[in-house]
Design a protein around this ligand. Sequence first.
Ligand SMILES: *Cc1c(COP(=O)(O)O)cnc(C)c1O
Length: 428
Amino acid sequence: MEKNPFVTKEQVERIAEQYPTPFYLYDEKGIRANAEAVKEAFSWNPGFREYFAVKATPNPYLMKIMQDYDFGFDCSSEAELVLSDAVGADGPHIMFSSNDTPDREYVLAHKLNAIINLDDITHIETLERLIGPAFPKTMSCRYNPGGVFKMSNGIMDNPGDSKYGMTKEQLFDAYAQLKAHGVENFGLHAFLASNTVTNDYYPQLAGELFALAREAHEKLGIHFAFINLSGGVGIAYRPDQTPNDIRAIGAGVHRVYDEILVPAGMGDCAIYTEMGRFMMGPYGALVTKAIHEKHIYKEYIGVDACAANLMRPAMYGAYHHITVLGKENAPCDHVYDVTGSLCENNDKFAIDRHLPKIDMGDYLFIYDAGAHGFSMGYNYNGRLWSAELLLKEDGSVQKIRRAETLQDYFATFDETEFAGKLGVEKRG
Ligand SMILES: *Cc1c(COP(=O)(O)O)cnc(C)c1O
């Protein structure tokens, strides 16, 4: 599908007068239309709830938008729990799906009444040590079937190689132990494949989890309050990919629900999801300016953003589509590597990319950076975090996080003799 930027060159020129590039720009209209589609796709299930995966885009303003749809938050760290609490989410709207969890994060999750989703059977003992023998009434366990997970379109993922979740034997053992700790409402969770661009992933995963829950229900006599399909619903980063159809995905899950859960008398079971990428990915872009061109053995365009702002291309070789704003209809008759300034040769947003002729000062719109974009940023080479801006439905722009300053970057030297020289207040 052809990709079109959600802003024009003129809009970006106006925004850049106030907020210098690079910046992240999020599209409120797109976020809301997609959230509505998700809600509708699962409206057949009365208890349905999406728990937005906070790690994808941990910004309270965007989390507030999620709350307009009664969505909750999937957290796996202290900071994500604190953010969820700060936007006013109550316990049932916080899913704590962590792994290798520090003690104090369990304590905080419990204090916030979050739903705790245990990654491992040994965490039952940890939890007992931390909160005592009386557990919350509702708890969940994460399952890992091992082996390979093969989808009908041939895409495979490798749960057997992943660190998450429990074996089937451990899972049943964990449920029995939790029951003895007073748990009454059980959840089952699994995340078996990432960025799936197929409408079959959720239905196939749901089929496996429903059958497993049914078996646990029959063997252990436990009540399943929810099945959590977690994340993994992908987006079409490449223009030649067909985007997922969330309505078809919801209908596919409905079909297996009626086939497996309803006949077992489990038709009161809620469906939960923890999508991150699908909720925000396409509705955020990194906007950056061309500041250098270089002609050596290849043609390079240097921009004012770098991999510290958007790591996915450098880390995974991930494709992010790029449009030169104002040149949407120009022929892509040039071939460029688009680079940032890091002293790392993998700092390239695009390699051998066909683009229109780029002039210095042109704005580049890097697509699908709304999830796992800003949040995966880092400070290598002393590069600073950019601002995050929200393009509101009425066309106005709201700053939802300012750009980092050198003072922010040096702030943790405040207890050293260099504080003054680095422009931070001396403390301690
Ligand atoms: C990362 C993560 C998600 C979100 O994954 P997406 O691919 O962004 O949808 C959901 N649940 C858990 C436990 C995760 O770790």
